[in-house]
Design a protein. Structure first.
Length: 311
């Protein structure tokens, strides 16, 4: 926590994966000119797998700061098994967060030569967060497929959270789900509890797409069946296009921006250039605090100071 750093702290009770590969294989490696925080805290085991010369799992390569935190409870999280494959890869010039959290099976698995899952390529900051509890989240199984892709010049969030089946699954050549392409900030958050949320099964479909010049929030929350499903060539659901800022606040007691509260999972992503507040289930003042009963992800990316605490 300094003036230009960003903190991304994840705490779990069981396993934690934090794999990063660069020129020399290591755990939680960030190659930058400044500093980087990659914190994984668990009570049981921790997996740190790097299995190739050029493979990278949750790799952040930037010039400034980078956070790459992966937390899981059972099997491997963010596994890449190929020559050039990369899972949860953020390549930018400034800051990048790539957080994957799951409890059972693999999260963000890419199994091809050029595949990439949860890829964010930008010049400034990018968040690509996938959280699930049971099956795989953000799975890409093709040559050029990418799921939860954010390509922008400054900041972009593409968050998919689910508890049971896959969330944000793309199974085609050019498909992308939860895609945010903007020049400044964009949030595309999909939260569900049972079946998949934001599923696109076509050539050019995209669900929960936010395209704006400054900031935009596109939040879809459901409990049972899929929310914001687009199954056509050009359709898009939950699209927010604006030029300034938009807040999406859900169930809070104090002051917060982009707050999501639930009993099982909660995601609170805040991205800004200076400071970001993302408070979930808190009574007092806090910056990027996410508290829930099961799992919680709280990612904050900024150019100056950002706190990201998950309890």
């Amino acid at each position: 926590m300094s003036e230009s750093l960003s903190n991304s702290v994840s705490i779990s009770e069981s396993l934690s994966n934090s794999v990063s590969m660069s020129e020399s294989l290591s755990n939680s490696v960030s190659m930058s000119e400044s500093m980087s925080n990659s914190v994984s805290m668990s009570e049981s085991l921790s997996n740190s797998v790097s299995m190739s010369e050029s493979l990278s799992n949750s790799v952040s390569m930037s010039e400034s700061l980078s956070n790459s935190v992966s937390m899981s409870e059972s099997l491997s999280n963010s596994v890449s098994m190929s020559e050039s494959l990369s899972n949860s890869v953020s390549m930018s010039e400034s800051l990048s967060n790539s957080v994957s959290m799951s409890e059972s099976l693999s999260n963000s698995v890419s199994m091809s030569e050029s595949m990439s899952n949860s890829v964010s390529m930008s010049e400034s900051m990018s968040n690509s967060v996938s959280m699930s509890e049971s099956l795989s989240n953000s799975v890409s199984m093709s040559e050029s497929m990418s799921n939860s892709v954010s390509m922008s010049e400054s900041l972009s969030n593409s968050v998919s959270m689910s508890e049971s089946l896959s969330n944000s699954v793309s199974m085609s050549e050019s498909m992308s789900n939860s895609v945010s392409m903007s020049e400044s900030l964009s949030n595309s958050v999909s939260m569900s509890e049972s079946i998949s949320n934001s599923v696109s099964m076509s050539e050019s479909l995209s669900n929960s797409v936010s395209m704006s010049e400054s900031m935009s929030n596109s939040v879809s929350m459901s409990e049972s069946m899929s929310n914001s499903v687009s199954m056509s060539e050009s359709l898009s659901n939950s699209v927010s296009m604006s030029e300034s800022m938009s807040n999406s606040v859900s169930m809070s007691e104090s002051m917060s921006n982009s707050v999501s509260m639930s009993e099982s999972m909660s995601n609170s992503v805040s991205m800004s250039e200076s400071m970001s507040n993302s408070v979930s289930m808190s009574e007092s003042m806090s910056n990027s605090v996410s508290m829930s009963e099961s799992m919680s992800n709280s990612v904050s990316m900024s150019e100056s100071m950002s706190n990201s605490v998950s309890m």
